[in-house]
Design a protein around this ligand. Structure first.
Ligand SMILES: CSC[C@@H](O)[C@@H](O)C(=O)COP(=O)(O)O
Ligand SMILES: [Zn+2]
Length: 211
């Protein structure tokens, strides 16, 4: 599968913009978080994506921030850069959903809410307007956002993604870790990520108010 230089540069530029935007909100504490955008053609068994390199300070912009990997998470070009430690989770989400972009952040609210509903295995959200950001238009829609355990071995988490994905919900939460949100493109993935974070804060604060 050939990736045009132009497609790669566009993906890196888009990742750079979204990285700066999310960093400005403090959504990449302590080098956490990773971002990817799919480039070129897509077959569930063969695809390429641009992803953040591992362990870097995502609040600064450098020429070493991104690299291309294939569906197995292996770099497709000679590079000394290491792809994100969580690349396999991105691969699995692309394979299963055909998404065009995936954004992962650690925030206080996504961590708190994941622990509050960790045993239940999903976060219930009831009738909040921002559910429409997921293209769910039912009046007083009720959704459940799936939560997976946060194993140390990423392949163990990746193996659970297929069973956890809920078709109309473009995200998965890892318990006491963070959220993966995706969309058809970077614009949509960002909208979904913002909606999830809004809903997590809402549910958490409502829980406190009702106590
Ligand atoms: C430094 S804590 C965060 C990491 O363990 C991990 O969860 C994370 O999100 C970032 O890993 P990375 O390999 O930089 O993509
Ligand atoms: Zn993480």
């Amino acid at each position: 599968m050939s990736i045009l230089l132009e497609e790669k540069q566009r993906a890196f530029a888009d990742l750079r913009d979204i990285k700066a935007n999310l960093a400005a909100r403090g959504w990449f504490p302590a080098t956490s978080g990773n971002l990817s955008i799919r480039v070129g053609g897509f077959e569930p068994s063969e695809f390429t994506f641009a992803i953040t390199s591992s362990g870097r300070d995502k609040s600064v912009q450098t020429p070493e921030d991104f690299l291309l990997v294939n569906e197995k998470g292996v770099p497709t070009e000679a590079t000394s850069l290491k792809p994100s430690a969580e690349t396999l989770i991105h691969s699995e989400i692309y394979r299963l959903t055909g998404a065009g972009a995936i954004f992962h952040v650690h925030t206080i609210y996504n961590n708190l809410i994941s622990e509050l509903y960790g045993e239940r295995g999903s976060i219930p959200v009831d009738g909040v307007e921002l559910i429409k950001a997921f293209n769910i238009w039912d009046e007083e829609a009720q959704i459940e956002i799936p939560i997976l355990p946060n194993y140390a071995e990423i392949p163990r988490i990746a193996a659970l993604v297929e069973g956890a994905i809920v078709p109309r919900i473009p995200g998965i939460v890892l318990r006491k870790h963070g959220i993966y949100a995706w969309g058809a493109n970077a614009f949509e993935a960002k909208r979904h990520l913002e909606a999830f974070e809004f809903l997590f804060e809402y549910v958490y604060r409502l829980h406190l108010l009702q106590k």
